[in-house]
Ligand binder design. Sequence first.
Ligand code: FAD
Length: 472
Amino acid sequence: MIEIEDNVKKIPVLADVDVLVVGGGPSGISAAIAAAREGMKVLLMERFGFFGGTITQSMVGTIGWYRFAKTVEAGGIYLEFERRAEEMGAVVNKFNKNLMNTEMGLYFQKKGLIKDGKFTHAVLNTELFKILADRMIEEARVIPLLHSMAVNVLKDGNTLKGVITESKSGRNVILAKRVIDATGDADIAFKAGAPFRKDPREKLLGITLNFSVSGVDIEEFFSWFIKKVQEKPRLLSCLKITGELFFMDEISCLLEPLEDLKKGIKVPTHIKVKDFWNSYSEGGEIFSFNGIHMGNIDCTDIKDLTKAEIEGRKRVIQALKKLRKRVPGFQKARLKNFGFSIGTRESRKILGEYELTEQDVTNQAQFADSIGICPEFMDGYGRLILPTTGRYFQVPYRIMLPKNIENLLVVGRAVAGDKISHATTRQMVCCAITGQAAGIASAVSIKEKVTSRNVNMFHVQKVLMEKGIRIS
Ligand SMILES: Cc1cc2nc3c(=O)[nH]c(=O)nc-3n(C[C@H](O)[C@H](O)[C@H](O)COP(=O)(O)OP(=O)(O)OC[C@H]3O[C@@H](n4cnc5c(N)ncnc54)[C@H](O)[C@@H]3O)c2cc1C
């Protein structure tokens, strides 16, 4: 450690707003729009040059991929994302017609995941989602602020008064009556000194560098793929449980830790490589290979992040070489793009006024302070529960309330809960539900001149229900 004197005595005020939302992912966009629709002056800030968070940074367009016929949901702004994306042609929902009569296609149809040759959920075109997010933010009259990183907080005792930002314009302060931390990593809660937990890196969910390719002969590839599906029951079981077009077994054999990579670079033995893709175009593109996974990375450690980005890119190139050589249809495949940034799944979780538990998720928990319902759906830590049954649990307001700090709500994947419940709360729908509720609760608390902690839940729930959100 070295000590340096920070000689900045006065920091210019960039804005003074009712609600400041930090982080423009699914939870942050929902929070900002919801608060603005309640008449608040809202600023949504984001460290990168576009909104969307993991959707646009890591090309993850499958916000509602688990939506089976019997799935019960809260509804709200995440459904608007899907509906608006459909309206502007920014979806890639088509299910390959040649797969329709395979066992997989028939299974998906029976469970209501495919109808009329299409997935029933919208698979977002993640590039166009940048435009959609801009539009929805503009329509709600949210003030957008891009290329701005929140680096510190302004507090009066334990009450949050604003956030300090760094950007090309230098250091600025944004004053706010309420702050919503939608950074995914609870950056604001952390800077404010709120208690949190973070597992050691070896216990965190892996991170992923997604990539897309072009130049694939889709017909040739699918002929091969269908044959594989018919030949390999184990492959089919993967297909069944994930609801994705998925060829994990086959490609993971091809891409398991590569000897040539091992020679030059230290490849930790726990790195697993598996592959699937979300969508494709008739023109020969396959988007968003969600396959280059790396473990033992703490995404709040800048050295780990740097290592993972560089290692991830090497692995993508190696993977592509193998695909070209071994998978029919991929002979002329080229890299289209890497995800804009590595995709991360787990880091800091606040210690909240309530810690959601695995039992809450799996036992249809009910709470007096419910802000929405989430289907019983889990994906992580080796657990996969798909919401095919209609079971759901209520999401309590208190998981967004950090201990000790006033007028701060934490939304998205950093909400309070035990390890296993994170396999549910990290899902984008749940993130958007907490975001939307935090936006509304912040507005109600400002109007009624009480802190975020003391907001009248009955009033918050009333507004949520008026918006058509199901809370029980
Ligand atoms: C590869 C991958 C695949 C996934 N697949 C699915 C899926 O199919 N379905 C699903 O539901 N979920 C999926 N997830 C999980 C889901 O995408 C995330 O958990 C979810 O996006 C989290 O939403 P969020 O709003 O909390 O955070 P994020 O989406 O991470 O958004 C946080 C935003 O805050 C910004 N930010 C962070 N720190 C600061 C700061 N200090 N100052 C300013 N801005 C900041 C970031 O740039 C980012 O835009 C996947 C995740 C990954 C990585």
